[in-house]
Write a protein that binds this ligand. Structure first.
Ligand code: PEP
Ligand code: MN
Length: 354
């Protein structure tokens, strides 16, 4: 249930409504938007008569949220969420799309990582990604350098000023990963690891939540809801491909249509990952562009200094010259993107004038 307050409602009136809801066992979340103040009330609506709240002073309207995800839903918060980092980088809404690039795994050779980080910086990227704890299909494959990798990422951040994104696989590593990362990644395989979602919900770092390989959009947004319900509103969704009918031509099926669909139903920032989404180097550039054109707030790309010898995901990783070439093109496109006229109710998600 959502309670929309009058623009003139006083803090006391807002508090009275929130207290009344909380006394009925509801959890309340206050959202002071630019246009209006909204109270999201989450709980068992059989315990109250929602429309009785209409009579409270300062209340403009009471709305029952139809979507099962409340906090992630645009019904509850119309304005896009924009996440701002300490260095001023912003992601979401009408902000310029961001680039998150780096190797699949951080490897022994720190020089390789630093070369990728330097190239990322040179091309105007904002984030360096790299796996320290790797979720591998086979136990015989490289599992990640763990804390050593986190140290390497911190060195690369020191050198370049890029923000660090790395995956968390286990609640036991939460404090360690948080002590190094600027953004915690929850990988596709863990999208419904509810204990992990709860744990990152209680931490104070933004979270990139990747869509599970077989997850519906509803399940994806409900996974984000778990993080938000536990206290962390800074969730960045990531479309990274789902299981399709053909896993020979491409590794996954990048669900481009999911981008405008998710933008319609949720206010959260959303990025696209064409590297895992396709598994093929030659598809990275066109699919990154497609994602941006339909409204993605950023792109995640795998880049390796020597993809042929990478410990993981070499086939989908760009080498440094390829990456620079792709970035030149993406930067041109990003320069043409205009989110100003885009909103969820006119179904116009093409972000460049074509
Ligand atoms: C990754 O980002 O390297 C990764 C393992 O991604 P995903 O969880 O999308 O497979
Ligand atoms: Mn990878």
């Amino acid at each position: 249930m959502i309670i929309i307050m009058e623009p003139s409602a006083t803090q006391e009136q807002i508090n009275t409504v929130m207290r009344a809801l909380e006394n009925k066992g509801f959890k309340t979340v206050l959202n002071h938007g630019d246009v209006m103040t909204v109270i999201a009330a989450i709980g068992d609506k059989r315990l109250i008569e929602p429309h009785s709240f209409q009579s409270y002073e300062g209340v403009r309207a009471v709305k029952i949220v139809q979507e099962p995800y409340k906090l992630a839903s645009r019904e509850g918060k119309q304005e896009d969420t924009v996440i701002e980092f300490s260095n001023g980088v912003k992601i979401g809404g009408k902000e310029k799309p961001v680039m998150i690039v780096g190797p699949c795994s951080v490897e022994q050779d720190i020089e390789g990582l630093l070369r990728v980080a330097d190239a990322a910086k040179e091309m105007g990227c904002q984030f360096l990604r790299g796996g320290a704890f790797k979720p591998r299909t086979s136990p015989y494959d490289f599992q990640g350098l763990e804390e050593k990798a986190l140290e390497y990422l911190a060195i690369a951040r020191e050198k370049t000023g890029l923000l660090v994104v790395t995956e968390l696989m286990d609640t036991l590593d939460l404090d360690l990963v948080c002590s190094y990362a600027d953004v915690i990644q929850i990988g596709a395989r863990n999208m419904q690891n509810f204990k992990l979602l709860k744990a990152v919900g209680k931490c104070n770092k933004p979270v990139i939540l990747k869509r599970g390989p077989a997850a519906t959009i509803r399940e994806f947004l409900l996974a984000a809801e778990h993080i938000m319900y536990n206290g962390n509103d800074n969730v960045i969704l990531c479309e990274r491909g789902i299981k399709g009918v053909d896993n020979t031509a491409t590794r996954n099926t990048l669900d481009i249509a999911a981008i405008p669909v998710i933008k319609k139903y949720s206010h959260l920032p959303l990025i696209v990952d064409p590297s895992h989404g396709t598994g093929r180097r030659y598809l990275i550039e066109p699919m990154a562009k497609a994602g941006l054109i339909v409204g993605a707030n950023g792109v995640m790309l795998e880049v390796h200094h020597d993809p042929e010898n990478a410990s993981s995901d070499g086939a989908q990783s760009l080498n440094i010259p390829m990456f620079k070439k792709v970035m030149k093109d993406l930067n041109k496109l990003i320069g043409r993107i205009d989110y100003d006229n885009k909103h969820s109710d006119n179904n116009d998600f093409c972000c460049i004038n074509v």
